[in-house]
Ligand binder design. Structure first.
Ligand code: HEM
Length: 318
């Protein structure tokens, strides 16, 4: 799939075209002042935002090249991240810098992610999931801030929620199409903000609440630095998911144990298809032959086929 076109008028977000998410209606606030926290965050994270956009994982995702296994691990990573962030926001909800940005019914993703993870892993999902190394580092930082420096949670909330509100609908459609998920929303509740009807207006409200926080210049600078950190935590999780995708791909090619553990038709995995296309027809034929030879049933069938061929040859020359 080279391009997926979709749009969301409420968010002003636009189309995914050749792996690039193109925003049709980039927001410009004419009344913004450079010392506004929202402006400082947007400007200060621009470079790392570009870096996040250009990670291989994100580019592949936007092209619809994502395996269900990798997507499931991504949902688990988000589940741990949002659980930590929202518990810490909840614990500090009376804090003067957190209270104005505390929007549990509009923003909180914990419940939505629990439903998504349950959809993918079934009723006993809690006993099946674990927190990955990169996610644990991200979670540890959020917990540390919730305990010792709650104002910096603002940077984490900004990085995730503003990003989610900017591209959620597009990513939801990409995932539904690539993974053939039901159109009724199972597995992608995370992307759906049911109580926000106009994401663009909500983002404006969120920005103005950030700008009204009583903060000195030094704290604003610390917030920008923390937001850059938050982006980097996300990038590390993306890199981890990218590596996981490669392992699945390798195991598919090796016909190894992980392949056996995956349910469903692995040949439908876009990573697999992409690898097959890249390696060319003869390599694909070779891989097929090797996997037939590794399989006991394949070996018996091959032996029968050779015996039949030998019999036919003998009969022909008699
Ligand atoms: C392909 C990947 C991505 C693309 C193409 C993309 C693109 C954009 C664009 C164009 C906006 C501006 C929307 C507007 O004007 O309202 C935006 C906003 C934002 N995005 Fe992304 N983004 C991507 C991934 C991410 C990721 C991975 C994160 C963080 C984890 C993120 C966090 C944000 C944030 C915090 C904002 C709000 C910026 C602000 O207005 O202050 N984005 N994104």
């Amino acid at each position: 799939m080279s391009s997926v076109k979709t749009e969301d008028s409420a968010t002003g977000t636009g189309v995914v075209n050749d792996g690039r998410l193109v925003y049709k209606d980039k927001e410009v606030n004419e009344n913004a002042r450079p010392e506004d926290l929202s402006e400082m965050l947007a400007a200060g994270t621009k470079d790392v935002h570009d870096k996040a956009e250009n990670t291989q994982f994100v580019k592949d995702f936007l092209r619809g090249r994502i395996c269900k296994e990798v997507f499931k691990f991504g949902a688990v990573a988000l589940y741990y991240t949002y659980t930590a962030m929202e518990e810490e926001m909840e614990r500090n909800r009376e804090h003067p810098h957190i209270a104005p940005l505390y929007f549990p019914s509009e923003l909180h993703r914990h419940e939505a992610l629990a439903r998504d993870v349950e959809y993918f892993y079934g009723g006993n999902w809690k006993s099946q999931i674990t927190c990955s190394t990169a996610t644990q580092r991200y979670v540890d930082r959020i917990r540390e801030l919730g305990r010792d420096d709650p104002v910096l949670l603002v940077a984490h909330a900004y990085t995730r929620y503003m990003g989610d509100l900017s591209g959620g609908q597009v990513l939801k459609k990409v995932a539904q199409r690539a993974l053939k998920l039901p159109p009724t929303g199972e597995g992608v509740h995370f992307y759906q903000f049911d109580t926000i009807h106009n994401a663009k207006a909500f983002k404006q409200l969120y920005r103005s609440r950030m700008n009204e926080l009583e903060l000195d210049a030094e704290t604003k600078e610390r917030l920008v630095k923390e937001a850059v950190k938050a982006f980097n935590f996300n990038i590390e999780v993306f890199q981890e998911l990218e590596e996981l995708g490669k392992t699945i791909e390798e195991d598919v090619l090796d016909g190894g144990p992980v392949h056996g553990d995956i349910q469903g038709d692995i040949s439908k995995c876009p990573y697999y298809a992409a690898k097959m296309a890249a390696s060319g027809g003869s390599a694909y034929a070779c891989q097929m032959a090797m996997s037939v030879l590794r399989n006991p049933t394949g070996q018996v069938l091959l032996a029968v086929w050779i015996a039949a061929l030998a019999g036919l040859t003998a009969w022909f020359f008699m």
